[in-house]
Ligand binder design. Structure first.
Ligand code: ACO
Length: 311
């Protein structure tokens, strides 16, 4: 049964009021937000790795500059999101500790390797495309700081998606070998991109409550369907084939019928058994450990300054 506070809170949500940091909120609402915003922040940070992998090997100076800027944007997104999570009373150190110990997740997609330059195109097109599909509705999410972070992030994310598609256009209209690379990238990243939206609605444990609280605005399957409907014509325009023999336009539902991703594979990746889980988490832990001297120096400096001020 809901308490009077909970009833009043739900009424505010139903009126589309934003909830701000110092205001009363149910513990479950706070916990769900810390989980989702924290995981989202981790995804942005871990998400720098598969693309960072290609900065030194970008084919031209211009491509290198674009990729560098894009990977830096992802770091910025991570920082906005950690700030949003901190307003809920969790420290950044604790969130990072929980990432590094494997207690908190980050998006499954970043546990797949980026094998060729065409993957930079496919990541921008598909992965950032899926990210925007999920994040545009989150601009209207009920928690003020999360909603405001999403507004800024979505602006940059659409540039990321377009730069990816631009690479795909170049590759798909290039030499036969380049076109083959583009097709191969699509083949490998299609299903992992569909998995980004989370398990199918019948297996999504958090959706019902998160939607009642307007933390999530759509179900996982709704957004996955929208993504497929938007992306298939883009693949056709590139002259590439979506790796799904059962993909078919369904006039009645006004959308495509498509094959679901392999959910066993999805749960294996979540458990840490994807192709790159160990490498990705290892890189983050190493970065944290390598930065210890810097954090110590900053703390020592702040202490010295404070002592000088009080003297
Ligand atoms: N990768 C890793 N874990 C996932 C994924 C995924 N693609 N999809 C679902 N999960 C996890 C959930 O976190 C949850 O686990 P938990 O209880 O341990 O936290 C479990 O699977 C069950 O899924 P749901 O009940 O459907 O979880 P939820 O309601 O949180 O929905 C979703 C998942 C759609 C990803 C939601 O959290 C969300 O919209 N998050 C914000 C967007 C985001 O994180 N994007 C990051 C990737 S894109 C990018 O940043 C570049």
């Amino acid at each position: 049964e809901m308490s009077p506070e909970e009833i009043a809170f739900q009424e505010r949500i139903d009126r589309n009021e934003k909830i701000e940091p110092k205001e009363w909120m149910p513990e479950g609402y706070r916990k769900t937000l810390i989980r989702q915003i924290g995981q989202h922040a981790h995804s942005e940070i871990v998400g720098q790795l598969p693309e960072g992998n290609w900065i030194t090997r970008a084919p031209t100076l211009e491509r290198k500059q674009i990729l560098l800027a894009k990977v830096q944007d992802e770091a910025g997104h991570g920082l906005y999101l950690y700030c949003a999570a901190e307003t809920l009373g969790v420290s950044r150190d604790e969130l990072l500790e929980r990432l590094h110990s494997g207690d908190m997740k980050y998006s499954s997609i970043f546990n797949y390797p980026t094998l060729t330059w065409a993957d930079m195109g496919a990541v921008g097109w598909l992965v950032d495309g899926a990210a925007i599909m999920n994040q545009v509705p989150l601009q209207r999410t009920s928690y003020g700081p999360y909603s405001r972070a999403m507004i800024r992030i979505c602006k940059e994310e659409s540039f990321h998606q377009r730069q990816g598609y631009a690479i795909m256009m170049k590759m798909a209209n290039g030499t036969p070998a380049q076109k083959k690379m583009a097709q191969d990238a699509l083949n490998r990243l299609w299903y992992p991109s569909l998995m980004m939206f989370g398990p199918s609605d019948k297996d999504s444990v958090h959706s019902a409550q998160s939607m009642a609280w307007k933390i999530k605005m759509n179900t996982n399957d709704e957004l996955r369907q929208k993504f497929v409907d938007q992306t298939v014509p883009q693949a056709e325009y590139l002259g590439l084939t979506v790796p799904d023999p059962d993909l078919k336009w369904n006039e009645e539902k006004g959308g495509y019928d498509f094959t679901e991703p392999d959910w066993d594979e999805f749960y294996q990746v979540l458990k840490g058994n994807g192709p790159c889980n160990k490498e990705r988490l290892g890189a983050r832990v190493k970065a944290w450990e390598d930065g210890a001297w810097y954090r110590e120096a900053m703390t020592a400096h702040a202490k010295k300054k404070a002592a000088r001020r009080s003297a």
